[in-house]
Ligand binder design. Structure first.
Ligand SMILES: O=P(O)(O)OC[C@H]1O[C@@H](O)[C@H](O)[C@@H](O)[C@@H]1O
Length: 312
């Protein structure tokens, strides 16, 4: 693996998974670990070394399946809406470092630690999803430790293809009953717990008392997840991704998931920037970009962050 051409990046000697991983370190000491298996962010820590993403104590760190936690990439299918394995194959594949290192024009890299990964379909992938693509993923940490993921998917096929997508983000929270989401009020959502029936959210911030599995459609590009007990707010910004998926398996479902602890539903909330309701279609030669940026800020300062409109 060539090092040094990626700012702030080294191989990760501490990662106990079987796949190779890299460690990003921001100038102020925040870190992110990225596994080449799945192109998955498996850890994100602030400059006080507090972990901000959830990893299950029962997570299986060995391929072929994605580890339970961090940020698995769902592509080319979100959920079970299609013929592929749930959430598509990208999260279960080995990614490579992108040696071509193409410039991502919209990003100022001078103060970021970053790594570029690439996924191309294997012969096996093409048998179940016969579309040639190049998926470039840049994962970066800003000077202040904000985590960003930029995906660029190019159609290198002779025919159009369509896909759905999500950054399946397992946030670490103190206790799910102390958490609320602001920014999804009054929106329509598809309820995965009742055959994707369409409902409209009430006017209040979203809180949690039971299993939730919803696709909020056409959601705003900035939302906030407030953790009252930790006095921490995650500010989630997205671009190119119309929907937000909110998932917590709660008590009964947790017990049915082999690589998830019975009580761990209390310590995590999945909030995914996604293109889930309507697929994205790319004509030959076209490229799509979908961005996610997550900041973790003390709740008292979060209004400053919510006022900042742009992403990356
Ligand atoms: O267990 P998996 O395949 O990682 O999926 C976890 C969950 O991911 C969520 O995004 C889906 O909305 C849920 O329906 C699903 O159960």
């Amino acid at each position: 693996m060539s090092m040094g051409r990626y700012a702030g990046m080294t191989t990760d000697p501490d990662f106990s998974g079987a796949a190779q991983a890299v460690l990003l370190r921001s100038p102020r000491g925040a870190t992110a670990r990225v596994s080449l298996h799945g192109g998955q962010v498996v850890s994100w820590r602030n400059d006080r070394d507090e972990e901000l993403l959830f990893t299950s104590s029962k997570a299986i760190l060995k391929p072929p399946k994605a580890m339970r936690g961090g940020i698995p990439i769902c592509f080319p299918q979100f959920g079970n809406c299609g013929t592929l394995e749930r959430h598509g194959f990208a999260r279960n594949r080995m990614w490579a470092l992108d040696e071509e290192h193409q410039p991502f024009n919209h990003t100022d890299n001078s103060s970021r630690a970053f790594v570029d990964l690439i996924l191309k379909p294997s012969e096996e992938d093409l048998k179940c999803w016969p579309h040639c693509f190049e998926f470039r993923l840049r994962i970066s940490l800003s000077k202040d430790g904000d985590l960003s993921l930029v995906s660029r998917i190019r159609n290198v096929n002779g025919k159009p293809f369509s896909f759905s997508f999500a950054y399946h983000t397992y946030l670490s929270v103190s206790d799910i009953s102390e958490v609320r989401i602001e920014g999804l009020e009054t929106l329509d959502y598809l309820d995965n717990l009742s055959q994707r029936e369409r409902h409209t959210e009430q006017g209040d911030a979203i809180t949690f008392e039971s299993e939730v599995d919803r696709v909020y459609v056409s959601s705003p590009n900035v939302i906030a997840v407030l953790d009252h007990e930790k006095k921490r707010t995650f500010v989630i910004r997205k671009d190119g991704l119309p929907d937000t998926v909110v998932w917590n398996p709660w008590e009964k479902k947790s017990k049915m998931i082999a690589d998830f602890g019975d009580e761990e539903y209390k310590q995590t909330l999945c909030v995914d920037a996604a293109a889930a309701e309507r697929p994205i279609t790319l004509r030959p030669g076209e490229e799509w970009t979908g961005k996610l940026e997550v900041s973790a800020v003390p709740s008292t300062n979060c209004s400053d962050h919510l006022d900042q409109p742009g992403i990356m």
